[in-house]
Design a binder for this molecule. Structure first.
Ligand SMILES: Nc1ncnc2c1ncn2[C@@H]1O[C@H](COP(=O)(O)OP(=O)(O)OP(=O)(O)O)[C@@H](O)[C@H]1O
Length: 331
């Protein structure tokens, strides 16, 4: 599949009093045209920092992009000026966040917030933009769109605000949509409706999606591929089925046991992963998961295992999976 986004060896740090938090460390992944890729991992694993770096929304300082490339449609976004990025955000890359109130302007009517994007990026006249904005509100499932056009965000329910944000994010038919926990703040029924809207819009517009989520049900229903992050690194990637049916990394297996799933049996308990992630001011030199891993060997503490590939789409970084696992056991 032709990639529209390639993240290459991305390293992002934060300067803090005690030193440098190495939040994202050597992250590599691709997103194909029309593909939905989930980024999963515990809190603090670097999912949001990765997404914000792609959009160049990461505040600098305190953050610093130490190394890497973010190739979007053939160009490195990390080399763009802020002005160039402003032209790309909203037009070629849409964004949806967990809390719509952080990105919707409470003082501007919903309709105007959509038309502004269309006038700015598509150079539409106001009347053209209004027509299109009402169309978008209808498409995301907002009833009485003509009346709703003239209302303020506080007159919308949480689910409707999220729909409005999807309408804004997709107004210019972006090539890529980055959605960071888009449904976490909503109740379960509304969550399902919002995911349906995103899926339907994606099918209509052919948008690629990066979806950051804690919810494996959402991953199962919506995503093609999964990227598993731990302590700022990608520890496993695979198609949805490779990750769900044949997880390889001990962390991925632990994550699957600890997160609720749609097919969860009533008496099947969730088992948390014992321990805490490493301090990213002094990240481990070997495997970052080794202190919490039941299968850890001596070598895991000292040397990074690198990637072991199981198929063209499936890889994991673990010494036990390494072709030299037997030799590693004795060293
Ligand atoms: N402004 C900041 N200053 C210092 N450290 C930060 C800052 N923002 C993020 N970090 C650190 O970067 C690391 C990655 O954070 P990130 O928000 O990307 O995690 P996440 O996987 O998205 O977690 P969550 O699911 O809780 O959003 C964490 O260790 C976090 O403490």
């Amino acid at each position: 599949m032709e990639p529209i986004l390639q993240v290459k060896d991305l390293n992002v740090s934060f300067r803090v009093r005690g030193g440098e938090v190495k939040a994202v460390r050597g992250v590599n992944f691709e997103v194909g045209k029309g593909e939905t890729v989930a980024i999963v991992g515990e809190s603090g694993s670097g999912k949001s920092v990765t997404a914000q770096t792609i959009m160049r929304l990461i505040p600098s300082p305190p953050s610093e992009i130490k190394k890497g490339e973010v190739i979007f449609q053939g160009q490195d976004l990390l080399k763009k000026t802020n002005k160039q990025m402003e032209a790309i955000r909203g037009k070629d890359i849409g964004m949806i966040f967990q809390d719509p109130m952080t990105s919707l302007n409470p003082t501007i009517k919903i309709g105007k917030q959509i038309t502004e994007v269309l006038v700015k990026h598509q150079r539409m006249s106001f009347s053209e933009a209004k027509k299109q904005a009402i169309e978008m509100l209808k498409l995301v499932g907002i009833k009485n769109a003509e009346e709703r056009f003239d209302q303020y965000p506080h007159e919308f329910s949480g689910g409707m605000r999220q729909r409005a944000m999807i309408a804004i994010a997709l107004a210019c038919k972006p090539t890529l949509l980055i959605a960071d926990e888009p449904t976490t703040a909503l109740d379960v029924t509304i969550q399902a409706q919002i995911m349906d809207v995103m899926k339907e819009m994606q099918q209509r517009l052919g948008t690629s999606i990066i979806l950051i989520t804690h919810d494996l049900g959402v991953v199962a229903g919506m995503c093609d591929r999964v990227i598993v992050m731990y302590a700022g690194e990608v520890v496993e990637t695979g198609t949805k089925w490779e990750i769900f049916k044949n997880p390889q990394h001990p962390y991925t297996k632990g994550l699957l046991r600890s997160m609720p799933r749609l097919d969860q049996k009533k008496d099947e308990p969730l088992i948390p992963i014992i321990g805490t992630p490493p301090d990213l001011i002094k990240p481990p030199v070997g495997c970052p998961f080794c202190a919490r891993c039941d299968e850890a060997m001596k070598i895991c503490e000292r040397i990074d295992p690198g990637a072991t590939e199981f198929s063209d789409t499936h890889m994991a970084r673990c010494w036990n999976l390494h072709p030299m696992a037997k030799e590693a056991q004795s060293s």
